[in-house]
Design a protein around this ligand. Structure first.
Ligand SMILES: Cc1cc2nc3c(=O)[nH]c(=O)nc-3n(C[C@H](O)[C@H](O)[C@H](O)COP(=O)(O)O)c2cc1C
Length: 199
């Protein structure tokens, strides 16, 4: 069964990342994705990576917090959406903690040669970012970080969207074109998942 896992890095429920994620998932569902899970990182108990190398021998993170469930969810998903606001020209702290905590999967793949999911390039990933600034100056660096992250965990960043000019909570609702764009991206993503055999 094709499952999209959406990871929301904004602390604002009903905020712009949240609404764009909702539209993206509606589009994906309408194109045949049967299962959708949403993780609101801010609601979880997540510590930043401690760089302790506790994962060096088995690729398993030794921190006992909510990341342990997230590893399982990422392992069983067919596609992943990461949605984050822009904070100081980068990803939100919540999204960055999520990414850094996959250092154990880096160990598993590159040091232990036992990746948690196959390196067959089949599982697509998508990035949605939203910021107050109209220009997308910081978007390229955020994309580069995200692309590298997904490559390390054996997902493939197949697309990304930046929504600029949105600052107030939920202001994206006033611009139907933005929600439509996210919706259409979700539709295309479903096709990639299904064509790529990620179901
Ligand atoms: C701590 C903080 C830092 C921010 N830094 C930026 C920034 O560097 N560039 C930008 O365009 N917007 C910045 N913003 C604005 C948010 O990206 C914007 O409000 C966005 O719509 C929030 O998305 P959300 O509703 O999903 O949380 C910042 C907001 C906060 C709270």
């Amino acid at each position: 069964m094709a499952k999209v896992l959406a990871v929301v890095g904004s602390p604002r429920p009903g905020g712009n990342s949240d609404l764009l994620t909702g539209s993206f998932l509606t589009g994906a569902r309408e194109r045949g994705v049967e299962s959708v899970e949403i993780i609101y990182l801010n609601q979880l108990n997540l510590r930043p990576c401690q760089g302790c190398d506790g994962c060096a021998t088995d690729g398993i993170c030794i921190i006992a917090d909510d990341m342990q469930e997230i590893y399982r969810q990422v392992q069983t998903a067919s596609g992943v959406l990461l949605a984050s606001p822009i904070y100081f020209e980068g990803l939100s702290a919540q999204a960055k903690i999520f990414i850094d905590r996959f250092q154990c999967w880096w160990q598993a793949k590159y040091r232990l040669h036992k990746p948690f999911i196959p390196a067959d390039g089949q599982r697509p990933a998508f990035l949605i970012t939203v910021g107050a600034r109209e220009d997308k100056e910081c978007f390229e660096s955020i994309k580069a970080v995200t692309r590298t992250f997904f490559l390390i965990i054996n997902y493939r960043l197949t697309g990304s969207l930046y929504f600029g000019g949105f600052d107030r909570r939920g202001s994206v609702k006033e611009e139907q074109w933005a929600l439509q764009k996210a919706y259409r991206a979700g539709q295309s993503f479903a096709r990639e998942m299904i064509v790529g055999g990620g179901s």
